[in-house]
Write a protein that binds this ligand. Structure first.
Ligand code: NOJ
Ligand code: MG
Length: 595
């Protein structure tokens, strides 16, 4: 009974303090999307590979972290030539991950916990073991033209050569010869990933049906893979050289992909998919979404927002922090990069910030372990949807993997001298849950990729128990996203020196927030009393500080005389804001305890 009374007190205080909690933003705008790489998250059956039941058993962790949405990298039937991105059946689950019943269980547990569920849609290609491709090779209709089949060319000596100079993203020609058909097929990724032919209306319909299948099952949307690659030049023109001197002639960066990427039909296709998901939105009254993987020049990326009348994805992923920033970037570089996205996005567009995924070196490796909190906090407190790659919330870093142990085709194809430039294995090692066998990921000591030996000290359990940890910083940064100021407030970015970056979030009468980070290796003293922050009151207190900070939560700071340790990060708010935040966190705890 006493518990209930306290809960009522908390609830009342919370509602009174957090004034504009009723906001009109949609769920996908305020949420954090958490990317689960299924092979590496949690293995439930001891075969050393993660699976759906494993994920289901760990969904509580997402709730504990404050995350609202989970995106699963592909779980479909696949021979795993590209670890699930080579799909043999778009509407079934691979046995390594479980089956459709396990999927249903995962989905209902997610719903119970209030988590949105996003699947990976891989529309550009299938596996060469898909029945579509097997039939296409044999010219069995209607599959004959499901793929991009082209007659050979012949050189001056009469030797058969591929139709164009196009290169696979994983190295070597993008064309593979098939004796049976006496034709080449296109594969922009590995040989086992034949590109679908989007000039064929049946293919277009097949993919829409795959989307509908999962929407009918109840998923909340899709992350769409490799969007730029959907259409190719019908005149089959050779691509010009890029001039990138670091690329070998067999490597994709050697060419400028003007005939194989971002062709006009691609934008229209995305808009058509949006119509399909919007139909489900209209039917269910709950927004279904598309987030697009579009590595491309910024102007082209922005076009994937579509138009207000005919939108594309809810957003194309924002990779600027991956592409343009690194361990040596200054506060001026961060300022430029943040503006790059905000100033080029359509005025009605919604931002997002990606700092890691299963294709990139981990954020803690690119920026160094000392900047993990900085990157998590910046990406979560800038305006827009949050996106976290599993393991980044506890500060996992890449593991060095030998060529012999390398399994990623991007690494294997590059050969022993250059595999480290391309292999994505290092960022895909098993999630580090605790300090038991295989970091609590699997009961087996043999896992599909080796567990990072640092798991003995770097693991979720240890970080939950510690007074301060990457995870605790992450959790608090996510929690503060519930505030209207962070959800809808204005943004002002101010590089205070070469090393110190600050940005403010302000919204009418709501408590403001100021994030201050020292990117450098030296102590700094800064003055926040600058024109851009003139409306920020002087009575600032620390809401959150990084693991390496000596400043206590709740302690006051002097706005015009702020000392920062190397790589220190502070989230500051007013004393009134602080009371709000603390009460809202108490409310959350009470809620978890009693509900
Ligand atoms: C992008 C995915 O993120 C990557 O992992 C995959 O290899 C390619 N697309 C091909 O599907
Ligand atoms: Mg398993």
């Amino acid at each position: 009974m006493a518990h209930k009374i306290w809960l009522v007190v908390f609830l009342t205080t919370y509602t009174a303090l957090v004034t504009s909690a009723q906001i009109s933003l949609d769920w996908w705008q305020t949420t954090v999307f958490y990317q689960v790489y299924p092979r590496s998250f949690k293995d439930s059956d001891g075969d050393g590979v993660g699976d759906l039941n494993g994920i289901t058993s760990k969904l509580d962790h997402l709730v504990d972290a404050g995350i609202g949405s989970v995106w699963l990298s592909p779980i479909y039937k696949s021979p795993m030539a590209d670890f699930g991105y080579d799909i043999a059946n778009f509407t079934d689950v691979d046995p390594i991950f479980g089956n459709l019943d396990d999927f249903d269980k995962l989905q209902s547990r997610a719903k119970e916990l209030g988590l949105k569920l996003i699947l990976d849609l891989v529309p550009n290609h299938t596996s060469n073991e898909s029945i579509w491709f097997i039939n296409s090779v044999k010219k069995i209709d209607p599959y004959t033209d499901y793929y991009v089949w082209i007659d050979p060319k012949y050189d001056e000596n009469g030797n058969r050569v591929p139709p164009t100079n196009w290169l696979s993203a994983f190295g070597g020609s993008a064309w593979e010869w098939r004796e049976e058909r006496q034709q080449y097929y296109l594969h922009q990724f590995v040989v086992q990933q034949p590109d679908l032919n989007y000039e064929n209306p049946r293919v277009v319909e097949e993919m829409k049906n795959a989307i509908r299948f999962w929407l009918d099952k109840g998923v909340d949307g899709f992350r769409v893979d490799a969007v730029p690659y959907l259409f190719e030049d019908q005149e089959l023109r050779d691509e010009p050289l890029s001039g990138d001197s670091s690329a070998l002639p067999t490597e994709a960066n050697y060419l400028n992909h003007i005939y194989t990427q971002n062709l006009p039909g691609t934008y229209d296709m995305v808009q058509q998919w949006r119509e399909v998901v919007d139909q489900k939105t209209a039917e269910t009254g709950e927004s279904k979404i598309l987030m697009l993987e579009t590595y491309a020049p910024l102007k082209k990326v922005m076009e994937y927002y579509g138009t207000q009348e005919r939108p594309g994805g809810q957003f194309p992923f924002n990779f600027v922090m991956i592409e343009d920033l690194n361990i040596n970037s200054t506060a001026y570089d961060f300022n430029t990069t943040i503006h790059e996205w905000m100033d080029n996005m359509p005025s009605w567009g919604w931002p997002n910030w990606v700092i890691g995924n299963h294709d990139q070196k981990r954020v803690g490796t690119r920026f160094g372990p000392g900047k993990i909190d900085i990157m998590n906090v910046i990406s979560l407190l800038l305006p827009g949807s949050g996106i976290t790659y599993n393991g980044d919330e506890i500060g996992m870093v890449d593991e060095i993997i030998s060529y012999e142990d390398t399994v990623d085709p991007a690494g294997v194809n590059a050969g022993p001298d250059r595999y480290q430039l391309f292999s994505r294995d290092p960022c895909r090692t098993p999630f580090q849950w605790d300090n038991t066998t295989s970091a609590g990921f699997s009961t087996s000591t043999k896992t599909w990729l080796p567990v990072n030996p640092n798991y003995l000290t770097l693991n979720l359990e240890a970080e939950v128990e510690a007074v301060t940890s990457h995870y605790k910083v992450y959790q608090k940064a996510v929690a503060v996203r519930n505030f209207p100021t962070i959800q809808r407030g204005s943004l002002k970015v101010v590089p205070l020196s070469e090393q110190v970056l600050a940005f403010s979030r302000e919204l009418e009468e709501n408590p403001p927030f100021v994030v201050v980070v020292n990117l450098g290796d030296n102590k700094e003293n800064v003055n926040l009393a600058v024109d851009d922050f003139e409306n920020i009151p002087n009575d600032l207190v620390v809401y959150l500080s990084s693991v390496n900070s000596k400043k206590q939560q709740g302690s006051a700071v002097d706005k015009s005389d702020l000392d920062l340790d190397p790589e220190e990060i502070l989230i500051l708010t007013t004393s009134r804001g602080y009371i709000c935040v603390v009460h809202s966190l108490l409310y959350c705890c009470a809620f978890k305890l009693f509900m």
